[in-house]
Ligand binder design. Structure first.
Ligand code: NAD
Length: 470
């Protein structure tokens, strides 16, 4: 669909009707996948928890979607290809110039040429989901394609790795879990923030007992995306703006929630129980649309559905609380908050500050000074981050290093035939919180119970694989 067509339809029909057009590259955001509405989680067994697939000494990778994210994920694979751990065997996008750009990049570090799939029909990606072509698909397409692509890849006998969020209907979350369990294929959501140095350091401190009993966390995705959402070409067919015209709630839960679920042992002895979610009124994105120089964008201003600031409160089964926010409209510096409270310590992110608690005191309320902070940072650096730090610092690999660590772990765990750090249950649960947030907002901010996505496997306190050396 051409941009001008998209804008025309949006302007004429408004957000609510846009999804009903059935256009191939503009599948309606609310489309489910497989299971009918009112998902029934009772058939889930938890069999993919800490699942280890047979070792794949060299992982053949098919890349689906070569826009902003897909092209940077290719760079994360460069070192792994050079070491013989991986090979990029297929490159697919509906935009031929993006396929050519990616092929050129791959040729700088890989001698074999990947299969190039640049068919504009939107269906060529299916050819990459072939065990003769690849072992793993990496999905970096617009949100509405993630579940369909991941399920098809698993059905064909490939491992699936998708960008965030991996799904945004409850039916899709369930279909992903069921397909992974039935096929025995991995289905991992590529949540890179779980691999950031600060988050891994906090996780390590939690595991070492520095935080004592963890009680509360505050996390977020606060990222002013207005310029990108309005840009004519940054997102293919402005797919991301369309989501904000169609939906209200937390549309991007996982960057904040993923690390917090790891701090809180969610699915490893604890679980997410229920939430309430509230969106503020919408003002900033529509203002930006109105004030743009483009009459087609101006016409969309009344259609923005997503409130500027969504706040979701989540309670865990063991009684911990999480405050999760989403805001991509308001002008402000980027933050994921990264706040964590326990009986032994408190951390606030952006910038990172640590308070080590030594009991009740009159000497109040000062963060650790620089020296004490640096000492704690060095003492509790996560072994994974510490082992890769030198290479990351030298190359500044993706978002300060976390993208490389994520890709390194995915490929190396597949090479060794050991459990991945994140399972299909993690991706489904963190994405499901977005679904439930939209539900709560739509129903007057009521409490929404979060189903157990793990078939009861969450009760096992198995140690997190991210502490294992490959
Ligand atoms: N984890 C992170 O830090 C991070 C950062 C940026 C984006 N993302 C995620 O990455 C995904 C892609 O975002 P983006 O910013 O790269 O968007 P984008 O629009 O730049 O890229 C999407 C690409 O998918 C292609 N595409 C569309 N339909 C296709 C089809 N049927 N077959 C093959 N290719 C198709 C488009 O042509 C485009 O090149 C999103 O899920 C986004 O949330 C994650």
């Amino acid at each position: 669909m051409k941009r001008s067509d998209f804008l025309k339809f949006s302007g004429l029909l408004g957000g609510g009707l846009l999804g009903g057009l059935g256009l191939s590259s503009c599948t309606p955001p609310s489309q489910g996948n497989g299971t009918p509405a009112g998902a029934d989680w009772s058939s889930v067994t938890g069999s993919m928890m800490d699942h280890a697939a047979p070792a794949i000494p060299k992982v053949r990778v098919a890349m689906l979607g070569l826009g902003n994210r897909g092209s940077s994920l290719i760079e994360m694979l460069e070192w792994l290809v050079q070491q013989g751990h991986a090979e990029i065997t297929a490159l697919c996008d509906v935009q031929a110039p993006y396929v050519a750009r990616a092929a050129e990049k791959v040729a700088t570090f890989q001698s074999s040429a990947p299969l190039l799939l640049d068919d504009a029909s939107g269906e060529a990606w299916r050819k990459a989901c072939n065990p003769e072509v690849a072992d793993l698909v990496v999905i970096a397409t617009p949100w509405h394609l993630h579940t369909t692509m991941a399920i098809h890849a698993m059905e064909q006998g490939l491992q699936a790795a998708s960008e965030v969020p991996i799904a945004y209907t409850e039916e899709d979350c369930l279909a992903l879990v069921q397909t992974s369990e039935r096929t025995g294929q991995h289905c991992i959501m590529l949540e890179n923030c779980c691999y950031n140095g600060e988050e891994l350091w906090l996780l390590n401190m939690v595991k070492q007992g520095v935080f004592g009993d963890v009680t509360h966390a505050e996390c977020a995705y606060l990222h002013d995306l207005r310029a990108l959402l309005l840009d004519a070409t940054y997102y293919h067919n402005q797919w991301r703006l369309r989501e904000h015209l169609e939906r209200d709630g937390n549309l991007y839960t996982t960057h904040g929630l993923g690390p917090v679920c790891m701090y809180m042992d969610v699915l490893r002895g604890d679980n997410l129980s229920h939430l309430v979610s509230m969106s503020s009124n919408e003002a900033a994105l529509s203002k930006a649309l109105r004030e743009s120089n483009d009459p087609e964008l101006q016409a969309l201003a009344p259609n923005v559905k997503c409130g500027d600031v969504n706040t979701t409160l989540i309670r865990t089964t063991q009684g911990k609380s999480i405050m999760l926010q989403f805001d991509t409209h308001t002008g402000r510096p980027y933050s994921r908050l990264d706040k964590l409270c326990g009986t032994g310590a408190t951390h606030y992110g952006y910038p990172s500050r640590l308070y080590l608690d030594h009991g009740p005191t009159w000497d109040w309320h000062r963060w650790q000074d620089d020296e004490a902070y640096d000492t704690a940072r060095a003492k509790y650096d996560h072994p994974l981050w510490a082992s890769l730090k030198e290479g990351i610092t030298a190359n500044q690999q993706g978002h300060g290093g976390m993208d490389f660590v994520m890709m390194y772990r995915l490929i190396r765990c597949l090479n060794e035939g050991v459990a991945l750090d994140l399972s299909v249950y993690d991706g489904a649960l963190w994405s499901l919180v977005g679904v439930m947030s939209e539900r709560s907002v739509a129903e007057g901010n009521r409490r929404v119970d979060i189903p157990d996505v793990s078939g009861g496997a969450w009760t096992s306190k198995a140690p997190h694989p991210v502490f294992r050396t490959v």
